[in-house]
Design a binder for this molecule. Structure first.
Ligand code: 6PG
Length: 509
């Protein structure tokens, strides 16, 4: 019989999505230009279904093929073709090859890569009338893809009506009562109960925009955890295993999240060769594929401050300048710091905990504000409570905390900034003393905390009624006659000072 879905790209993410689809009852025909990947897929499928077969369970539902033409012949029409290929030119390459192979106007192609959202918009236009170009941003890495990712679909509503049951089946699930992920990592035994972490985001482009912001938040979240680690390591003189224990403790409270959990795992791992803590043998040069950068660029373009996300991108960039940093470390003086007395350690750790918590609230405030302003520009109606809900499980930033964000947007769907929600405002009011202390101590001790401190500046600027932008406007008027508004007159009325005249008269424009 014909397959339900054609799948192109059997790399790690593609292979795992295919096996997840098969677990959920879909017959999939897979194609990859690299045939060895198809063999790996078939081998894993055979291994995973063997036990099932012995118990009279499901047969393999995965097939492979050797060409785009064969793929179309093996899949039911109108075709549903899912792509898991690298973002950029390969997406267009595959679309064109599919068209050459006879894809029709009512066939659907779903891009699941980390594509730039504007490219998705362009593609939908480019292929209009030739195929239905739909996108679904996927978060959750390899394990998410295999056992339940968080999915951010966007595009043509007809395509959504076809893909919705498929995505609902394979997505991560959340227990409706507790808001907690339902985790089960067993091949052939997918989680069927619970709320799926897949919701229609909106018109083409919006899903990848939301995923891009997810990644920007991911960058900031990761960077802030690294800053807390850096302070504990350098200022508090703690060993990686002790820091792992602190993270495990934090994971039982409001900071509970996948990223805290895996940080503890990394810190408690020993390098097999050297028997040193693994983290000590990993080179401190951070990589990046671009999604955090796109978020920072978009925040500048939209004019929506997301400084902690941008700082996280800068921190990765600065980390790559290892040679220069090594030279600077010999030459540039830092403060003379006395080692911290062990008696103060518990207090300092508690301060770091609260710093991370408050800064995390600010990072999400920045990310959600950015989505809100971008949505206004693009005319998208984003459901922020829904977005927070599908990030509760499956994705990299999954955290207990996202339930509180979803609750905040449910209380007020028009909430202008997360910081103005009573719950979050109260949390920061309560914990800000520790946050300020942690940032101040790190600064005095010469430990860089760019994300934690920029979040604090964001918070302080956001809650300041009179900013020094009045002086700034005066400066602009002084050298460029750029004009200014007055506090005591209607804002649309502009003024300029004749700075060269001795009396410096203010004139209306
Ligand atoms: C996810 C991740 C995933 C990936 C990115 C970011 O949500 O599953 O964000 O998309 O890890 O490639 O990676 P970089 O750190 O390399 O930019």
């Amino acid at each position: 019989s014909l397959c339900d879905i054609g799948f192109i790209g059997a790399g790690v993410m593609g292979k795992n999505l295919i096996l997840n689809l098969a677990d959920n009852g879909y017959r999939v025909c897979a194609f990859d230009l690299d045939h060895s990947r198809l063999n790996t897929l078939l081998e894993q499928d055979a291994r995973e279904t063997q036990g099932e077969r012995e118990r009279g369970g499901r047969p393999s539902r995965v097939e492979t093929c050797n060409s785009y033409t064969e793929l179309l012949a093996k899949v039911k029409a109108p075709h549903l073709i899912i792509l898991s290929v690298p973002a950029g030119a390969p997406v267009d390459d595959v679309c064109n090859k599919l068209l050459d192979a006879g894809l029709k106007a009512d066939d659907i192609v779903v891009d699941t890569g980390n594509s730039l959202w504007t490219h998705s918009v362009e593609r939908a236009k480019r292929y209009e009338g030739k195929l239905i170009f739909f996108t679904t941003a996927v978060s959750g890495g390899e394990v998410g893809a295999r056992f339940g990712p968080s999915l951010m679909p966007s595009g043509d509503p007809y395509a959504w009506s076809r893909i919705e049951p498929v995505w609902h089946a394979i997505a991560a699930k959340v227990d409706a009562a507790s808001g907690q992920p339902i985790e089960r990592f067993e091949p052939g035994n997918p989680v069927k109960e619970g709320e799926p972490c897949a919701t229609y985001i909106g018109p083409i482009g919006s899903g990848h925009y939301v995923k891009m912001v997810h990644n920007g938040i991911e960058y900031a979240d990761m960077q802030m955890i690294c800053e807390a680690y850096h302070v504990m390591r350098s200022s508090l003189g703690m060993a990686p295993a002790d820091i792992a224990a602190v993270f495990r403790e934090w994971n039982r409270g409001p900071l509970n999240s996948y990223l805290i959990d895996i940080s503890a795992e990394v810190l408690s791992t020993t390098d097999a060769d050297t028997e040193q803590p693994l983290v000590d043998v990993i080179l401190d040069r951070a990589g990046q594929k671009g999604t955090g950068l796109w978020t920072a660029v978009s925040s500048l373009e939209v004019g929506c401050p997301a400084p902690s996300i941008a700082e996280a991108v800068y921190a990765r960039a600065l980390s790559t300048r290892k040679v220069l940093r090594t030279r600077a470390a010999q030459k540039l003086q830092g403060p003379a710091v006395a080692p911290m007395e062990p008696a103060r350690r518990a207090e300092a750790i508690a301060q770091l905990h609260d710093a991370l918590y408050c800064a995390k609230i600010c990072v999400y405030a920045q990310g959600f504000d950015l989505m809100k302003l971008a949505a206004r520009e693009q005319g998208w109606q984003l459901d922020f409570a829904g977005i927070a809900r599908i990030w509760r499980a499956g994705c990299i930033i999954r955290a207990v905390f996202l339930q509180s964000i979803s609750d905040a947007y449910e209380r007020d769907t028009r909430l202008s900034n997360l910081l103005l929600d009573d719950f979050f405002a109260g949390q920061i009011a309560e914990h800000q003393g520790n946050w300020r202390r942690a940032v101040a101590d790190a600064t005095i001790n010469g430990i860089p905390v760019p994300a934690l401190s920029s979040a604090l500046s964001y918070y302080d600027a956001f809650r300041t009624e009179s900013l020094p932008a009045n002086l700034l406007q005066g400066q602009r008027d002084f050298f460029g006659a750029h004009t200014f508004s007055r506090v005591d007159r209607p804002e649309q009325q502009k003024y300029h000072v004749e700075w060269s005249e001795p009396e410096r008269p203010v004139v209306g424009i």
